[in-house]
Design a binder for this molecule. Structure first.
Ligand SMILES: Cc1cc2nc3c(=O)[nH]c(=O)nc-3n(C[C@H](O)[C@H](O)[C@H](O)COP(=O)(O)OP(=O)(O)OC[C@H]3O[C@@H](n4cnc5c(N)ncnc54)[C@H](O)[C@@H]3O)c2cc1C
Length: 380
């Protein structure tokens, strides 16, 4: 079992993850390669009376790691059982490798927007996926979890009863989807929000969609029509063959850029077009039963192009199978999310204050939050 103390070469590299806004300095890092390593690390922490933290990719960090940090990034085994349509993954596996392995058998996982996200952390948070309105959240499809309990013994049990070392879950028979994005210029943002809201009123559950307001930086890596502009970005993932008909009311608004097409599920990570590079970010969200006009006004005032500190603002359509989920994040009233995501600039206090201005007027009508989309800060 390889370990790193603060003084040892490799310690910083082992802790580094996607979220760069949280600095951890645990006493010891255990670079686990097996469930036995995880169990040994838990026992070691108990002997030394130290807390235990776990990290796979570092996408979901909410607090600095303390005590003994178990790094699962080397535990990346994936096995597909095509006859049962089930995947078994080790604790450090990312969605990208499950998507690739499952596709060889005409199957797909209930993954989300970013292939670099870890399967276990995502599923522990509920798992809001591209196809979730049809198939439900990932957490509803867990078959079994191998865990290490707080006393260091290994067991099979509920996913949240210890540190997960392996997870078995259902796959779905999906090979292609109609998906991508429509990008609209700044002046069209209010119209795009309203049209998207009206369009989502009676969509079949085979459509997953969100709309984002994104302040794109003026950098060469950003495609020319979007560079330096505040853009409205509609994202679509549809399990149907009449996609062009479905999105006709949205296309009629005249996008600057249109990436909607029929694609293999292995390309589904391109739909949301999220930055793949590590950075520092704070994020929070609210779940709402409706998206009334006053909600759109609040969102535009506090998170639109003229807001003092505009975040990336994302509104997701929930409903469908989420309304019948056994996961506590989703209820019968879960219809939309409003999410804010900001770089930690100029500092965390300023960003938190800007997010608070957005969410305070939404709180009286909100039914809760999705744990998955709380970033860089405690759940509170
Ligand atoms: C760019 C981006 C896109 C995202 N897209 C989606 C999306 O589409 N849908 C969605 O639902 N979520 C999404 N998320 C949220 C993501 O699911 C959570 O942040 C999740 O916690 C990330 O898990 P991780 O293992 O990658 O991250 P990590 O930071 O490594 O882990 C996050 C937390 O999970 C827990 N954990 C990790 N491994 C274990 C384990 N083996 N045993 C016990 N606990 C463990 C720990 O508490 C850890 O702090 C996204 C996040 C980002 C940054």
């Amino acid at each position: 079992m390889q370990t790193f103390t603060r003084e040892q070469a490799g310690y910083r590299e082992e802790i580094a993850g996607f979220q760069t806004g949280i600095t951890s300095a645990p006493q010891l890092v255990v670079a686990a390669t097996s469930a036995d390593d995880v169990a040994a690390a838990v026992r070691l922490a108990a002997e030394r009376d130290l807390p235990v933290s776990v990290q796979a990719t570092g996408h979901g960090l909410r607090a600095p790691a303390e005590g003994v940090l178990i790094s699962t990034r080397r535990m990346t085994g994936v096995t597909i059982d095509p006859d049962r349509a089930v995947a078994r993954v080790e604790a450090g596996t990312t969605w990208g490798s499950v998507i690739t392995a499952a596709a060889e058998h005409g199957l797909a996982p209930l993954s989300g927007s970013a292939p670099g996200v870890g399967v276990v952390g995502y599923t522990l948070g509920g798992g809001f996926g591209l196809l979730g309105r049809h198939f439900g959240p990932a957490s509803d499809r867990v078959r079994s979890a191998e865990i290490v309990r707080p006393d260091g013994t290994r067991a099979t049990g509920p996913i949240d009863a210890g540190i997960v070392t392996a997870l078995e879950f259902d796959l779905v028979p999906v090979t292609t989807l109609y998906g991508g994005g429509l990008y609209f210029d700044t002046a069209k943002i209010p119209d795009v929000l309203r049209t998207w809201r009206d369009w989502t009123a009676d969509l079949p559950d085979t459509v997953g969609t969100s709309v984002a307001m994104v302040p794109y930086p003026d950098l060469p890596m950003v495609p020319e029509p979007l560079r330096g502009k505040h853009i409205a970005h509609i994202r679509v993932a549809y399990l149907g063959t009449d996609g062009d008909e479905l999105v006709a009311p949205l296309r009629a608004l005249g996008p600057l850029q249109d990436t909607l097409t029929t694609m293999p599920f292995t390309d589904s990570g391109q739909i949301a077009a999220e930055p793949p590079h590590p950075h520092s970010y704070l994020g929070d969200n609210r779940v709402l039963p409706t998206l009334r006009d006053d909600v759109l006004t609040i969102v535009l005032d506090h998170a639109g192009p003229d807001a003092p500190i505009p975040p990336v603002l994302i509104i997701d359509l929930l409903g469908g199978a989420y309304q019948h989920s056994s996961t506590p994040d989703f209820t019968a009233d879960s219809r939309y999310t409003v999410r804010a995501l900001s770089l930690i600039e100029p500092d965390a206090a300023t960003v938190r204050a800007a997010h608070a201005k957005l969410f305070a007027p939404l709180d009286p009508m909100s039914t809760g939050r999705l744990r998955s989309f709380v970033y860089g800060q405690p759940l509170g």
